[in-house]
Ligand binder design. Sequence first.
Ligand code: ADP
Ligand code: ASP
Ligand code: MG
Length: 403
Amino acid sequence: MKIIVLKFGGTSVGTTDRIKKVAKIIAKYKKNYNVIVLSSAMSGVTNNLINLSKKISKNFSDSEYDVLVSSGEQMSCALISGELINQGFNSRSWVSWQIPINTEGKYKFSRINKINKSKILSYIKKGGIPIITGFQGINNKNRITTIGRGGTDASAIMFAKFFNAEKCIIYTDVDGVYSTDPNKLKSAKKIKIISYEEMLEMASLGAKVMQPHSIQDARLNRVDIEVRSSFTDNEGTLITKRKNIINSKIITGISNTTNDAKVTLLGVKDKPGIAASIFKPLSENSINVDMVVQNISANGKETDLTFTIKSDDLSKTKKIILQNKKINFRDLIFDKNVSKVSIIGVGMVTTPGVTYRMFQSLAKQKINIQVISTSEIKISVLIDKKNVRKAISSLHKEFKLNK
Ligand code: ADP
Ligand code: ASP
Ligand code: MG
């Protein structure tokens, strides 16, 4: 029998009633497939665990953080298994080290690199339904690791790859990937089919519906993903390779971030190597600099440099810049009230005038653009946080995404 991988997100397993519904979905697939289930923690549980670590210390140990926050998944998996057993199925929960799921990289941000298949294969061959903890694995020191918030998406995709599954279905609380977050814009439209490249940009630029790393893994391993709702039977969205898509739209989707911060250094000496002196210590401290803009210097001596980082990195960045003896500047300004709004679409590669239409549409709404960055298939602008809804709604109309 063919293998199918099903992933259930936090809201889908958020209550015992929801878990009963999830068990019904699993049972339906069991008729035609060998089913492998990956589950997230019940919604809110991971956040609560993280808050507990913060109450102990601001500098809580990374390795113990992973042990702590991975525990939510054990709970939900046992509940799903327990319900399936109640219904007469042969099921058991598996914690990642029992399989094992191997990871590499740093605590909190590891990546799955291998899944041992033997135990799960023999279990499903005997008709069992394994319910496996998402979001985690073990490293080569035999210690528990986690793979980044929302990581169960990536766990599911790696299971689909290693077990050569026929399908990988991500069950969540919306019935697919929309042109923009449907909980924020009513006219958002479901996308029937979307390329890995576009989904990766949308996810990296703020669309929470899929974890960005999971899309990288899917693209690399050519795993097709179906995103659908555990609340309704509606058809979902297929995430697949570009070749499978005949797309007539210029723009596929709009995303926005909620955790960016803007840093401006005023009156920096305008000489070669200055930007490198500012960014080198940031990169050495794993601070990711995203958008950058440098003003043309009016007098040829001084310039202003603006860049964005994740707001979590703000205090660390401030400290590093103030301690940096290689740079001089007149003033340092921080702004957390910013958001990056991006339009994404492979169609823009062949369509001129997209940038103009985006800027014109924002100008009509009197929205000031602070920083711009582009790639082949996306244009991002940094704007005041309070204008995000207005911006998304006007861009959604401009590019006819509700049609
Ligand atoms: P899960 O717990 O199932 O992993 P998430 O909360 O991580 O679910 O992701 C689902 C949420 O993603 C939705 O509730 C929705 O608000 C949000 N979202 C953001 N952008 C989009 C989009 N473009 N399409 C669909 N959902 C989106
Ligand atoms: N429970 C984890 C989180 O909240 C992983 C996941 O939901 O996929 O980030
Ligand atoms: Mg998620």
